[in-house]
Design a protein around this ligand. Structure first.
Ligand code: ADP
Ligand code: NI
Length: 213
């Protein structure tokens, strides 16, 4: 394996080994593998996609005190290894555009950015996505489900979605929307089955819930 990739894997693994909100090393591992698979199918630059996938969550706002601190974690690493100035910029642009949810990151325009974002989003859906959703909610002290947040008659979807908090709510707020937000055909094809599984899971969940009287 390429030395750059090998040493970056070891670095990220040591940084995120014990992360407890679903952004642990195995999330990074899955996203990297998926990004490589999509990159090969879509004809994207494999090294850039791999490096950006490996580093994508180190700069995440949720895992750092400030955005600047997160970016510094990545730039410090990129300064230590042998990437060209051009590769450094490409990797950083991808990470910044997918990490910052506030909309002030650069827009996602390169094929490589689309590939890494699709891979990251695929890990948020399906059976693994369901596991991560509950892990994240638990790590924040949120509960599984509150039946009083089910959309009530007369309540708009918009109003319902604003009621943040439970893990189940997060499916409606975000996870069920991800399939249609896929940016590559390969990502979209992979998302279909995972999406279907989440819908089935929610059906079962609500069936069980309503059978409890
Ligand atoms: P990523 O870090 O992979 O770019 P996010 O930071 O949005 O994506 O989410 C990381 C994981 O945490 C996802 O699996 C997502 O479902 C979960 N997550 C994020 N916010 C919530 C929430 N409010 N409730 C439950 N799970 C959440
Ligand atoms: Ni991620």
């Amino acid at each position: 394996m390429n030395n750059l990739i090998q040493s970056t894997m070891e670095f990220v693994r040591s940084e995120l080994e014990n992360e407890g909100s679903g952004h642990d090393w195995w999330h990074i591992f899955r996203v990297t593998k998926t990004a490589r698979r999509i990159a090969e199918k879509e004809g994207a630059d494999l090294l850039i996609c791999t490096m950006a996938a490996l580093l994508h969550d180190l700069a995440d706002e949720k895992l750092n005190e400030t955005e600047e601190a997160g970016v510094k974690r990545v730039t410090d690493w990129l300064d230590q290894i042998k990437v060209t100035g051009n590769q450094r910029e490409q990797i950083l642009t991808i990470i910044q555009s997918i990490s910052f949810k506030g909309g002030h990151g650069p827009t996602l325009n390169s094929l490589e950015a689309k590939v890494v974002q699709d891979a990251d989003r695929l890990d948020a859906i399906g059976a693994i996505g369901i596991a991560r959703c509950f892990t994240y909610a638990g790590s924040k002290g949120n509960i599984i489900h509150d039946p009083e947040t089910i959309p009530r008659e007369g309540m708009s979807l918009e109003e319902y979605r604003k009621r943040d908090g439970t893990a189940i709510n997060h499916f409606y707020e975000k996870l069920l929307r991800l399939k249609d937000l896929m940016k590559t055909n390969t990502g979209y094809e992979m998302a279909k089955q995972r999406h279907q599984f989440m819908e089935h899971y929610l059906e079962e969940f609500f069936d069980e819930w309503s059978s409890i009287k």
